[in-house]
Write a protein that binds this ligand. Sequence first.
Ligand code: ZN
Ligand code: ZN
Length: 354
Amino acid sequence: MKKTSRPRSDMLESLHDDIVITILCKLSSTASSPSDFFAVLHTCKRLNKLGVHPLVLSKSCSNALVLRAKNWCEEAHRFLKLCVNAGNTEAYYILGMIRFYCLQNRGGGASLMAKAAIRSHAPALYSLALIQFNGSGGVKNDKDLRAGVALCARAAFLGHIDALRELGHCLQDGYGVRKNIPEGRRFLLQANAREFASVLRVLHHKPPPYDDVVHPQQPSNESEFSELSDPTDFNSYEFRRMHPVHRFLVEWFGSGEMVPGQGLRMCSYRTCGRPETRRNEFRRCSGCGKVNYCSRGCQAHDWRVHHKVECAPMDEWIGNTSNDVEGDDVDGGDGVGDDRMVEIGEDKVDGIEI
Ligand SMILES: [Zn+2]
Ligand SMILES: [Zn+2]
C-alpha cells in the first residue's frame, strides 16, 4: 500500500532553532547510550549542526557521554572536549577519569576531576579522595590522608554511599582524622541505610538510572541478584550502581590490549576498573592475600558478592603461618570475620565492617 505523507524534513524546518535545541537538550540529558543521541544527529544536517550546540552539549548525561572503550578514538576524545568546553560537569569527570587512568595523563585528569568536584560532583569528589588516600599518580609519600578525608566528607555530605562508608571507617580508625568511634559508627549506619533504600527501590521494580548522589547499591540478599553478577554483562546490577565511566575502565583494561603497566594490578572488584598507578598501591585482603582493592567501598561490595565465598587463608594452602605475602611488608591482620584488609607496606590494619 502506498503511503502518502509529508516529508519529515518539512516539519522539522518549520520549527525554530530554539525549540529544536530544547528537544535535543532533553534527548542528550536522558539518552541511555551515546548511540541513542548520535543516531538522531545523523538524521539530517540541521540536527547534526544543532546537536553540537554548547547548550545541548552542556546537558549531556553520563550515559550519553561514556562510549565503549573499543570505540575510543580521536573523534570521541574531541567530542568529550567539546562537552568540557561547554561546561558539562559529567564530561569533566568522565574525561578526567579516562585521562588519569587510561591515558596516564595524571595532571590533566586530576585537574578535570577537580573542576567537577568544585561543582559538587560527588563521584569526582570521591575519586579525588581515593587518589589522595592512595597517593595515586605519585609515590607512597604523596598520600595525603587529611585531604582524602576532607574530600570524602564533601562527597558524603552529598549522599555518596561509598564516601559515607570510607569516612565512617576513617573516623573509627583515626585514619587521617581524629578518632571518633561513635561518629564513625553513625556514618556507617547511614551508608547501610542508604544502601538498603536503594536495594528496596530495585526490588520494587524501579531500577534507577545511574544517579550521581544516591547509588543503587549492593543487595542484602545476594541470591536475588546473583544472576546479575556476570562480569561480562555491563547491564548487570553491579554495573548499574557504578558511574558509567567504570564500565569504560573495565573494558579498556579488560580487553587485554591495554595493561595498567609493569607489575601493576587492577582493583579486584570487577566492576571498578581502577588500576594501580605504582606497584603495591592498593590494599590487599589479609585473609587470602590474593585480591587487592582501591578502596574500602570496593572491598565491601566485592566481599558481599564474590569474595566472601572465595576467600581462604593462604596458610591453608601453603602451610605457612606467616602473614608475609610475596615479600611485602604486611602488618598482620587477624583475618577474623570481615576485618580482612591491610595496608601494604604500612603499619596499619584497616578494619572493615560490612
Ligand atoms: Zn576499586
Ligand atoms: Zn581474601
